[in-house]
Design a binder for this molecule. Structure first.
Ligand code: ZN
Ligand code: ZN
Length: 445
């Protein structure tokens, strides 16, 4: 059920941060179901409106993680439904809207009066304008804070993306989140989820790099807060931005081996700025002024690093997310850790029965169709750690017919592909006094 939900292409949003103001009150109960839950059930309620003009959206399907449809919105966009108290996500979907989910992180997470904003999948020009206007109100990183620091942009010494991050919530509690779960709440808070996938991925990787290299809340036992002081975050996820985060998992922007301070901002005036021209201090080699195709004639925010609207414009004209990032961050490269993304293809080379250790074949040449090869070890075992894909593996050994198997390797999985070899049959002539016959025997193994 969960994965089925994740690929759906509609949905909504509860935008709970300062970027969006909630509209509307819950006036009536429209619909609710009480499935046969064993756990405690509670009410979830709210209103679903269109991001562009705040008009209510009816007939929105609402799913609880693991339980299927639990409710719909009425013609005023309202919903009230009963579902288990401990579900971690509600999904909202409707044709022609981007799929959306809201995450409930702690027991105290608000479950009522949720304001769910949904994005049309293909907004017209007027709608695009309205969406941009809402997002231009969100300044990515609070520059006034940076102004106070003398040398805010020294190269970091962080070489790896942390697996988890401590998030200081609005109520001052600290929640430890998986890095990607955190980023799923950041990307759609920073840029519209309807943007081109390459623009979403460049934002995901910039946000991951920024989060990996900035720790402004150590004294509060946290790494980042949920406001523009660090990066805007809220509990609303969208299918498209989730995909951008997942498909770039653990990737970051690096300069000379360390993760960069990946500053970004809404838009510039056609040129991004050098860090020292805005804040003074030492020039940072990767924060150089670049010409930018965002199409604006004035700066919104500091103008240092990646221009979000410029990134969107580059993506729309065919640039990849990697080329967008390395354009705005001069002299950088994308670090793509590979360990976890590899799968393992392994098995034994044998004749007779693979259960019988005596019929395993050591010293066989085991070769992939990509050219990589290894030699089978004691008990005939071979192993490749390789990128996901479909491979043909061929084993050969003197005295045996070569044989192959084809297997699909998936990220993080171990795929078993044993290969049985048949001994080559030898013909031997044996002459006797009375007649000639042919003896067939197997070659000595
Ligand atoms: Zn902060
Ligand atoms: Zn720009």
């Amino acid at each position: 059920m969960k994965s089925k939900m994740a690929i759906r292409t509609f949905i909504f949003s509860t935008l709970l941060t300062s970027c969006f103001i909630m509209h509307g009150q819950i006036k009536e109960i429209y619909f609710y179901t009480v499935p046969e839950y064993s756990s405690e059930t509670v009410f979830y309620s709210g209103i679903v409106t269109k991001i562009t003009d705040n008009s209510p959206v009816d007939s929105v399907e609402i799913y609880a993680e693991g339980f299927g449809i639990v409710g719909y919105t009425n013609n005023e966009g309202l919903f009230k439904l009963k579902a288990p108290a401990n579900i971690s996500k509600l999904f909202f979907k409707k044709n022609h809207y981007i799929g959306m989910s809201i995450v409930f992180i702690g027991d105290n997470e608000r479950k009522n009066n949720l304001s769910i904003k949904i994005f049309p999948e293909k907004p017209n020009e007027k709608e695009q304008e309205l969406i941009q206007k809402k997002y231009s109100l969100c300044i990515s990183i609070d520059s006034s804070d940076l102004l106070k620091e003398d040398t805010p942009f020294k190269t970091t010494d962080v070489t790896e993306v942390p697996a988890t991050i401590r998030v200081l919530m609005a109520d001052n509690t600290v929640v430890v989140m998986n890095m990607d779960e955190y980023l799923k709440g950041v990307v759609p808070s920073e840029v519209p989820p309807g943007w081109d996938m390459d623009a979403l991925k460049s934002q995901a990787v910039a946000a991951r790099s920024y989060a990996s290299a900035n720790f402004k809340h150590n004294s509060e036992g946290a790494d980042v807060c949920t406001t523009t002081h660090c990066q805007a975050w809220n509990s609303t996820h969208y299918d498209k931005t989730d995909q951008a985060v997942i498909e770039t998992s653990r990737m970051s922007v690096k300069y000379e081996g360390t993760i960069i301070n990946a500053l970004f901002f809404s838009h510039c005036d056609g040129n991004t700025r050098n860090n020292e021209d805005v804040w003074g201090g030492t020039p940072v080699p990767y924060l150089r002024s670049k010409s930018c195709p965002c199409g604006y004639t004035f700066h919104n925010a500091h103008g240092v690093g990646m221009c979000q609207y410029g990134s969107s414009s580059m993506a729309n004209t065919g640039s990849t997310w990697e080329s967008i990032l390395t354009y705005y961050y001069t002299g950088t490269y994308i670090d793509k850790p590979i360990t976890d993304t590899f799968g393992t293809l392994t098995g034994v080379i044998y004749y007779g029965s693979d259960n019988n250790l005596d019929s395993r074949i050591a010293g066989a040449t085991v070769k992939l169709n990509t050219g990589q090869q290894v030699t089978s070890g004691e008990y005939g075992l071979y192993m490749f750690d390789i990128a996901p894909g479909t491979y043909t593996v061929t084993a050969s050994k003197e005295g045996f017919e070569s044989a192959s198997v084809t297997r699909e390797v998936k990220s993080g999985n171990t795929i078993w592909g044993s290969i049985q070899l048949s001994p080559i049959v030898e013909l031997t002539e044996v002459t006797t006094q009375k007649n000639i016959f042919i003896q067939i025997r197997q070659k000595k193994l």
